[in-house]
Design a protein around this ligand. Structure first.
Ligand code: NAP
Length: 274
């Protein structure tokens, strides 16, 4: 039997429709500052997609495109202005930053409540990609509690926070990384398998338990094509549910960014919509 493909694009569209309705009820237009340093082509694409999504739901986006020679202190002084600007409820600094800028210093300089990426240690927002992943898993209607989840990757942006969210949902969680021995032995245990490595076909059919939910976070360029971490064509014969790349986790990440920006704007005015 072939896996049911989890359509992240269509789930994201549904959420965006709801977000648009919420914005229409808000006493103010939410504002998102989008900061891009340098000319990384992938970052330029992501920023364009995020701005387009803002427009779709009615969030005003303010763009700050800075060149490669921008110093850390230039960027810090821009962030200080954005932190004080009442029309800006969310600040997004597109990563990766050029090597001469310390990303951790930059993230910590964003006011936690405006850190809509959820990267600041004190941010009240759930990081976007992990939040989107949980929504995709929940869309299957499979109960997460008591399931065995295996997460590949331990980054602060994806691996660790998604593992924490799965623990909150009462799954039993194992995190694997580049030092993990016998990866296949671990992945074969997974009722829920999340791969956030960034290596094409690291997950093959013989690593997946029959009937598992497989979430492919990886984004890799192969021959000018975007592919995930999962050997999709073969894994779909073993998994019960599988996310595609593109059209799986990616659209959910952007949608969760919009949601966090709206939450931030609503909180500023103590406006309750939930
Ligand atoms: P990262 O910081 O490079 O982390 C990769 C993780 O994979 C590390 O923890 C690394 O282990 C682990 N790893 C490497 N080789 C491994 C192996 N052979 N077996 C098991 N684990 C291994 O990357 P990231 O920022 O978390 O992103 C991961 C992937 O997700 C990338 O492809 C990225 O483009 C994609 N991504 C997609 C979205 C989206 O919205 N679709 C959002 C964010 C990221 P060590 O810690 O030991 O090095």
């Amino acid at each position: 039997m072939s896996a049911q493909i989890i359509n992240g694009k269509s789930i994201a569209q549904g959420i965006k429709k709801d977000l648009k309705t919420i914005i229409e009820k808000l006493p103010l237009k939410p504002g998102l500052a989008v900061v891009l340093v340098g000319d990384n082509p992938a970052s330029q694409v992501y920023v364009r997609m995020k701005k387009k999504a803002c427009q779709e739901v009615g969030i005003e986006s303010f763009s700050y495109y800075l060149d490669n020679t921008t110093t850390e202190s230039d960027l810090l002084s821009l962030l200080s202005k954005l932190n004080k600007n009442k029309n800006i409820h969310g600040i997004l600094v597109q990563l990766p930053l050029p090597k001469h800028i310390n990303a951790s210093n930059i993230i910590k300089a964003i006011l936690p409540e405006k850190d809509v990426d959820g990267f600041h240690p004190l941010s009240p927002h759930i990081p976007c990609t992990p939040a989107g992943i949980i929504k995709l898993i929940k869309s299957t209607k499979v109960n997460i509690a008591s399931k065995k989840a295996v997460v590949l990757g331990r980054s602060n942006i994806v691996g660790r926070p998604v593992a924490n969210l799965l623990i909150k949902e009462n799954a039993t969680v194992t995190i694997c990384h580049s030092y993990t021995r016998e990866l296949q032995k671990e992945t074969l245990q997974a009722d829920i398998l999340v791969s956030a490595v960034g290596r094409p076909k690291i997950i093959t059919e013989n690593m997946v338990k029959q009937g598992a939910i497989v979430i492919d976070v990886g984004t890799n360029r192969v021959d000018d094509r975007l592919v995930g971490d999962v050997d999709f064509d073969n894994v779909k014969n073993r998994a019960a549910y599988l996310t595609p790349v593109p059209g799986g986790v990616g659209p959910m990440t952007i949608t969760m960014l919009l949601k966090n920006t709206i939450d931030s704007a609503a909180n500023q005015y103590d406006f309750k919509y939930k």
